[in-house]
Write a protein that binds this ligand. Structure first.
Ligand code: ASP
Length: 597
């Protein structure tokens, strides 16, 4: 080995020892005839001093520039009083460099990697990702990620889980996204799909009797990317046999509890469980951020006969929803701010944002000047009685503000759910740092825009009730599915699975997957279910998101070594890239001319 110690590992306990370090020049300064080199490696920084007493080393130090790779041998010594740096773990000491070997030089990096780093824009960081990751901040995150996976493996190994790899070249697995396809050379015209998740394989492993499986698995989904999505991402994928949904949640919760305790010293109580229906009703979200103490209150029943049609319309529409959102002390939210919030809910399709400022409740019922008690453009068309009921139901106090959402339920949920979160942050209402919970009993199906049913989770999820219940009333069916939610982000989700072929067929039918299509795509699964499939279930965690939350990063790209952009490109390798005609011919593929060429 070239080195004896990592730079960042040195401290006062090494004083007077001779050490050899290998690393990069983080910063170089001349000071009164001596050269200071802050040397950096994976473990951190240490200050090296080189003085002219050792002319050879001095000359090399003098010549070195940022990001040169040096091997330095020297003696650890206490820093002079007053020159210690308490912000650096090695800040009480320095290394008096005696011998220097320049292992490699470096061009000036496209952006500084030391304290002079300013965010140069993600594009350039991604293009030079190998340099970006030299920055201590990035390195810390990647190190943390490695600790997370290591802890998870230890936890799952301890609980008897077997790590099994499943294929990456496979058939489409319906998780609801578009597939990445790989053309087959040996069977021209046929394609592999990259797995959207190992879902079916892990179920088959249960049929094989493996009992407890896990895998830290790459998954691929060709979706239009949002801030927290990547075309390839990592799941901690888990499946078990002979366990109830409660058992599975407990074992997964235990893993999360241990992770947060071990790595962040955060202690969680038992996670609350909330049904999907309750989460939607109170927070208009299936992943409610429980750090925010605001809640939605349904008021459609109160406003059915209101003269204000914007409310009465949705209040009388079976697919409509009308809610009130009380903001304590919101009375001083300015007109300008309210306009901003109106624009904000517009993003989610809301046509406006009605509000009432509550000045003096006692003035509502005297019939004369309710408008001095409540300040709002809409109250003229709402009766005193209705207003009073709304005040009572929301618990509004003088000084509060009430926002309203009234539209199709989906629009109201999207808009008011997002507004609730935005208000929580804008008004600094967060009551704690971490708020985990389980959301359970999701609907089995949801209606797509073209009126068909699709699975809320995936088609292998077990419904509550019997095959008959499902057939008679698919719209009302709920599933034995559970999501782990943390601070308003879904970090994991899963379900008990169907292990009875008749139920599986009934679900396919409800989804409009006919017998023939089911046979063509899933005959292996339907076969497996006939040969003694055990009751089974599992879940998967999104590793990237989990690490993002735990490190406080704002994008999952910041916790992935080599991520792709929003347009699913790698700026560093420039993948995807065109291929040679010969390769295409071997695959039996001819490209169509691009439109306009
Ligand atoms: N395969 C599911 C997913 O990727 C997770 C599960 O049901 O275990 O979301």
């Amino acid at each position: 080995m070239m080195r004896t110690h990592y730079c960042g590992s040195l401290n006062e306990s090494f004083i007077d020892q001779t050490v050899t370090l290998c690393g990069w020049v983080h910063r170089r300064r001349d000071h009164g005839g001596v050269v200071f080199l802050d040397m950096r490696d994976r473990d951190g920084l240490v200050q090296v001093v080189v003085d002219p007493d050792t002319p050879e080393a001095f000359a090399l130090a003098d010549k070195s520039r940022s990001e040169y790779v040096l091997k330095i041998t020297g003696r650890v010594r206490q820093r002079y009083a007053g020159t210690e740096n308490p912000n650096m773990p090695s800040g009480m000491i320095e290394v008096l460099g005696k011998e220097i070997e320049v292992l490699n030089t470096s061009e000036t990096p496209p952006f500084p990697l030391n304290d002079e780093f300013v965010n140069v824009g993600e594009e350039i960081r991604l293009k030079y990702r190998f340099l970006d990751m030299r920055r201590p901040e990035m390195l810390q995150r990647m190190r943390f990620r490695s600790q997370v996976t290591s802890k998870i493996r230890t936890y799952l190994d301890r609980h008897g889980f077997l790590d099994v790899e499943t294929p990456v070249l496979t058939r489409a697995t319906p998780e609801g996204a578009r597939d990445y396809l790989v053309p087959s050379r040996t069977q021209q015209g046929s394609f592999f799909a990259l797995p959207q998740s190992p879902q079916l394989f892990k179920q088959l492993l249960m049929v094989s009797g493996f009992d407890r499986y896990y895998q830290i698995a790459k998954c691929f989904r060709d979706e239009d990317l949002r801030a927290d999505r990547q075309p390839e991402f990592t799941q901690i994928d888990i499946e078990t046999s002979f366990m109830s949904d409660e058992d599975i949640m407990n074992i997964a919760e235990g893993m999360a509890v241990e992770l947060f305790d071990d790595l962040l010293n955060v202690k969680f109580d038992k996670f609350p469980r909330m049904t999907y229906a309750e989460a939607m009703r109170r927070f208009a979200s299936d992943k409610p951020d429980l750090r925010i103490p605001l809640e939605l209150i349904d008021v459609a029943d109160v406003l059915k006969d209101a003269a204000f049609k914007v409310f009465a319309g949705p209040a009388n529409d079976p697919k409509g929803r009308v809610v009130a959102l009380r903001v304590p002390n919101g009375n001083d939210i300015s007109r300008g701010k309210i306009d901003e919030y109106t624009k904000f809910v517009g993003i989610y399709g809301a046509k406006g944002l009605a509000y009432i400022k509550v000045n003096d409740i006692s003035k509502i019922n005297n019939g004369v000047d309710k408008e001095s008690g409540l300040q709002s453009p809409i109250i003229k068309n709402i009766s005193d009685e209705m207003l009073q009921t709304i005040i009572d139901r929301t618990g509004a106090q003088n000084g509060d503000l009430i926002f309203f959402g009234a539209d199709k339920a989906k629009v109201v949920n999207d808009a008011m759910g997002a507004l609730r979160v935005k208000l929580g942050h804008d008004l600094n209402l967060l009551t704690c740092e971490w708020a985990p919970l389980w959301v359970v009993d999701f609907p089995m199906f949801e209606e797509t825009d073209n009126g068909q049913w699709t699975s809320v989770h995936h088609p292998f999820t077990m419904p509550h009730g019997t095959v008959e219940d499902l057939k008679n009333n698919p719209a009302q069916a709920t599933s034995v599915a559970y999501d782990m939610v943390l601070n308003g982000t879904e970090i994991g989700g899963g379900s008990l699975r169907i292990y009875n072929p008749d139920m599986q067929k009934a679900v396919f039918e409800a989804l409009g997957i006919g017998e023939e299509e089911a046979q063509e795509k899933f005959s292996f699964l339907l076969d497996a279910l006939k040969f003694g499939a055990p009751p089974h279930g599992g879940l998967a965690f999104g590793l990237d998101r989990l690490v993002m939350l735990m490190t406080g990063a704002t994008s999952i790209r910041d916790v992935i070594a080599f991520p792709k952009t929003k347009t699913a490109e790698c700026l560093m390798t420039q993948a995807p890239a065109p291929v040679e005609g010969k390769q295409l011919r071997e695959l039996g593929i001819r490209l169509r001319e691009k439109v306009g060429e």
